[in-house]
Every structure is written in C-alpha cells, then in structure tokens.
Design a binder for this molecule. Structure first.
Ligand code: AMP
Ligand code: MG
Length: 533
C-alpha cells in the first residue's frame, strides 16, 4: 500500500458532516443554557496567553495525513491551543445528557470540549478533532471549561497507551500548555490552588455518546432522535444504512457487541474507567473521557480509583461488565420510540450478555496461553485463578508475564514460586496455605497445558501477545505529572515511547514495568483520584 501524501496544516481538508447535516442551536451566544431541538451549538475556543506544545503523537497526525514537521511549527501550538482556526474548521460543542452514577442528570453536553471539525484524509476517512479544555461553552453549567496539566497528561498518555494495547479508544494528537493558571480543588476538600492549564486535542471518527440520544428521548423530541440515529448509522455504521425500520435494532445490537468487546479488553489489561456514566459511553464502543481512571496494580475486583465513587464503588473494576449492560439498557430505552417491538432491542442486550460471558472466558483462556476455552476443564481453573489472585496482593500485569515463564517440565514448588515471586507485593505472606493453594493451582494449570501440546516457547509467545509488559501504571503517570509541573516534560514522551510497544520487552526500560512502589500506595494521583480535572 502506498503511503498517503503528507499535508501541511493549511492543506488539511475538512468535511464537517455533523454540523452540516444535523440541526444547530440558533442562539450563537456563548451563554450557559438549556439547548432545545439541536445537536450542537457553535462556539469558539477561548484565546490563551502562551500556547506551547509539550507532547504529541506523530502516528495520530498520520491518520490525518499530517506531516510530522508540522508539529514543530508555531502555528501548530496556536491552532491546537485554541487561538487560531484553520480554513474549513467550524467549531461546536455537542448537546447530550446522561445518567451520572445511576441517576438521570438532564442536559450535560460538551462543557469543556470543542470540536474543531472533521478532517478527511486521502483514504476518505473522517476524523473529528476535538480540543478538551478550550474554554466555556453553552454546556459548561457552573464550571470553567478548562482542564489542568495533570489531567491532560493522563488523558493524552492513556488514550495512546490503550490504542497500542489494542483497546478501542479515542486518540490524542497533542498536548498544549496554555500559559494560563487554572484554579482547582483537587480533592474537593476546601483547598483550591492554581495549576497550569492545558489543552489536549482528541481525535476520533465520532465523539457521539449514549447521552446524545438520551437527551432527545428525555425531551420527547423523536424527530431529532431519529435524525441523529439516521446520521450516526449512515456515517459510522454504513453497512447498516437502509430505509428498513429494522435497522435501528440491528444497529443497537452492534453497539451492544462493540461495547462488550471494549469491556473485555478493559478486563484483560486491568483498566478501570472510573466514571462510566452514560455520557461517557461512546456510540462507537471506544473508550472515551479519561478522567479518574486507574490501572489495577494488585488484582482487586472491588477497586475503584475514583474517590467520588468511594462510597458505592459503582464503577469498580469487577462491576464494569454489569455497568455497561445497565448503560446499554438506558440507550435501548432512549431508542424505544424508533422501534415497534421491545424484543428487538432485547436481542441486543442478550448479545451483550452472551458476548461478555463467552468473550471473557476466551480472553482468560488466551491470557493463560490455552488454545481455546473449554468449559468442562477451564471453568474451575478460571474460578480458582481468581481466588488465588486475591489471597495476597498480586500484581495482575506482572503475574501473567511471570506465568508465561513457567516451564512445563517438572519444577519443584520452590522453583514455581521463584518464577512467580516478582508478582507479589508482600512475599513474606507466601507461606503455609497461601503457598499451597498457589502451587496447587499451578499444578492444575500445567496439567491443563499438556492437553494443548504447545512448547514452552510457543505458549510464552502466545501469552505475551495478550498480557502486556507495560501499562500506564498510576504512579508512572504521576511521576510524569510531577516532573512536568516543574517544567520538565521529557517523561511524557519517554512513557509514550515505551507504551507504543507494550507487549515487547524493552531493554533498559525495566523501571516502567515495576510494581507500584510503597510511596505510591496511598498517594493522591496514584491510588486516589477525583473528578476534579
Ligand atoms: P465528566 O465527569 O468529566 O464526564 O463530565 C461530566 C460533565 O461535566 C460533562 O458535560 C463535561 O463537559 C462537564 N465538565 C467537566 N469538567 C468541566 C469543566 N471544567 N468545565 C465545564 N464543564 C465541565
Ligand atoms: Mg464526560
């Protein structure tokens, strides 16, 4: 395949289908309000003092056919800091609603995200560019429309880390410091302080969320609900585009399927989103809105990084499959006016549950290096695995990489424990019954492996393709933030570079694959995050 020609910023081509084909808010003022009967409001990014590019992803530029040289230009920081528009851009904020923590919250909308337009590359793909933190919009409610450096670094790095792990996600093109100071009360405990402001440019085929549909349904605006559904099917699910009324339930089924696939990936890599409100669920099944997310260190299905969710732990790791189902149920409810029979929507929800069930088992089988999940033998192997993982603090990521190092040839119990040793936070507890159960499980596992007949090397290669060596450990992101806040932005690029190849052992990068150090156990930003960003 020949590579597309590289374009300069001014050569980028825009085809703004969302604004051109969907109803807009007639009020052009940037005042906070309820926006009725429209999918979006036109609004300009706020000017900033001194936009400076501190990180970028060249490969995301490639999606746009953007030449790598352009990142160095003065114009780049101006455009992606929000000071300058390119010809063809037509900025807008989307109107959406959502269920927050299980309760209908009414209109939310892009309160601090401004879509600049849709770039069309030489292949004809559309990529929407969206600035996060570019100032207030009609949807900002009581907030300022801005984003701070720490949360922007987290969004930038995690978007790209997830992509390289093979998880469906929105992408991140650039991270620009604005030169502005932004007031935040990081833990909502009455201690506000100024923090550096920043803007991330996110890139996705569409930023439409479940909540974009829900808001029309909640307002009984069936005409616009239908317009938005038709538009989304035509542009994002073109294979389902037709005049048949059955297309809506077929489409819902595919959204359910994609959402299930995304969730299985989250469970595979140990990602906890933290705020799975329906306004944070992408209609494309992409991971979207990186806020108080976190990565499992010790395996704990009850863990949530989000302090705002500490009481109910609705969005804890192990609850993500159920919450996504609940969210899809809400989307299905919103689509009711467009379908004749409830059963056709139920079909989508059933597909979700079936996919989660079979896909999760298959995913675990792959993590264990099995050729294929076989319920008769593997159900108990799986259940017992999750039991031994919570006996003592066990680093999930390291555990599966260690497991790949096991040899099928006879090993003594000591040898087995030596291979797994690195995964444990407190090896002194690996005695007595704990040790016996782990060794016992490994014995069962090895017996199961005999059935497949892979060599040690083959099995290791298979396992290392699905079990990452490097993830965006919470403390690593925090170290990059600490340095960046002091003016040294190098670690952001260094982390991005390592995370580009998360499954491959990288020489000299051992420090990026280590267990959480003790200092990070209870540190804000590492194990505890709030929605303040
Ligand atoms: P989130 O919990 O980040 O998904 O945000 C929920 C809603 O609050 C969305 O409508 C956001 O656009 C809005 N929001 C979050 N932070 C801000 C902010 N600093 N300024 C304006 N709106 C915000
Ligand atoms: Mg959001």
């Amino acid at each position: 395949m020949t590579k597309n020609p590289k374009r300069s910023l001014t050569e980028l081509e825009f085809d703004n289908r969302f604004v051109n084909e969907l109803p807009s808010d007639a009020d052009l003022s940037n005042s906070r309000r309820q926006v009725i009967g429209a999918c979006y409001s036109r609004v300009l990014p706020t000017q900033v003092i001194n936009p400076t590019l501190i990180a970028h992803a060249t490969e995301v530029g490639e999606l746009l056919d953007l030449s790598a040289d352009e990142f160095e230009s003065e114009a780049f920081a101006q455009v992606f800091g929000g000071n300058q528009l390119l010809d063809g851009m037509d900025p807008y904020a989307m109107c959406y609603g959502g269920h927050q923590f299980g309760n209908w919250a009414g209109q939310l909308g892009d309160g601090r995200a401004i879509n600049l337009g849709e770039v069309v590359n030489a292949d004809g793909d559309h990529w929407t560019l969206q600035l996060k933190g570019a100032g207030p919009t009609p949807y900002s409610r009581t907030a300022d429309g801005l984003a701070v450096l720490r949360s922007s670094i987290r969004e930038f790095l995690c978007s790209e880390a997830m992509y390289h792990l093979g998880v469906p996600t929105t992408r991140a093109l650039s991270l620009v410091l604005t030169g502005e100071q932004v007031m935040r009360d990081m833990l909502y405990d009455g201690n506000p302080k100024y923090e550096p402001g920043a803007v991330v440019c996110r890139v996705a085929p569409s930023f439409t969320r479940f909540g974009n549909f829900q808001i029309f349904a909640a307002r009984n605006d069936v005409e616009n609900l239908k317009r938005l559904c038709d538009f989304t099917i035509k542009d994002c699910y073109p294979h389902l585009h037709s005049d048949q009324p059955g297309k809506y339930s077929d489409w819902f089924e595919e959204v359910c399927l994609r959402t299930a696939e995304m969730i299985i990936h989250w469970m595979r890599v140990g990602f906890v989103h933290g705020v799975m409100n329906t306004d944070n669920m992408s209609i494309l099944g992409l991971t979207i809105d990186y806020g108080p997310y976190g990565w499992l260190e010790d395996y704990d299905p009850g863990w949530t990084p989000n302090t705002t969710d500490a009481a109910g732990k609705r969005y804890r790791f192990g609850n993500q499959p159920s919450v996504a189902h609940w969210n899809l149920y809400q989307l299905g409810n919103a689509m009711m006016p467009l379908v004749d029979d409830v059963e056709s929507l139920q079909r989508g929800l059933d597909v979700y549950l079936d996919t989660i069930e079979s896909g999760s088992s298959q995913m675990i089988a792959e993590k264990l290096g099995l050729a294929k999940y076989c319920a008769a033998t593997d159900e108990s192997l799986k259940t017992d695995l999750f039991e031994i993982l919570i006996l003592v603090e066990t680093d999930m990521t390291i555990f599966f990489r260690c497991l790949a190092e096991l040899s099928l040839e006879d090993q003594s119990d000591d040898e087995v424990m030596n291979v797994l040793q690195d995964a444990y936070y407190s090896p002194q507890y690996l005695v007595g019954e704990v040790r016996e159960r782990i060794v016992g499980w490994v014995g069962d596992y090895k017996r199961r492996l005999q059935q497949d007949g892979y060599s040690n090397e083959e099995r290791k290669a298979r396992m290392n393709r699905v079990n990452p060596k490097y993830v965006l450990r919470n403390y690593l992101a925090q170290l990059a933030i600490d340095r960046s806040e002091k003016g040294d932005h190098e670690m952001i690029g260094e982390l991005l570079e390592v995370l580009r190849n998360p499954y491959v052992e990288q020489q000299g990068k051992e420090a990026f694959a280590e267990k959480r150090p003790e200092w990070a156990r209870d540190r804000v930003g590492c194990s505890m995050l709030s929605c303040s960003s």
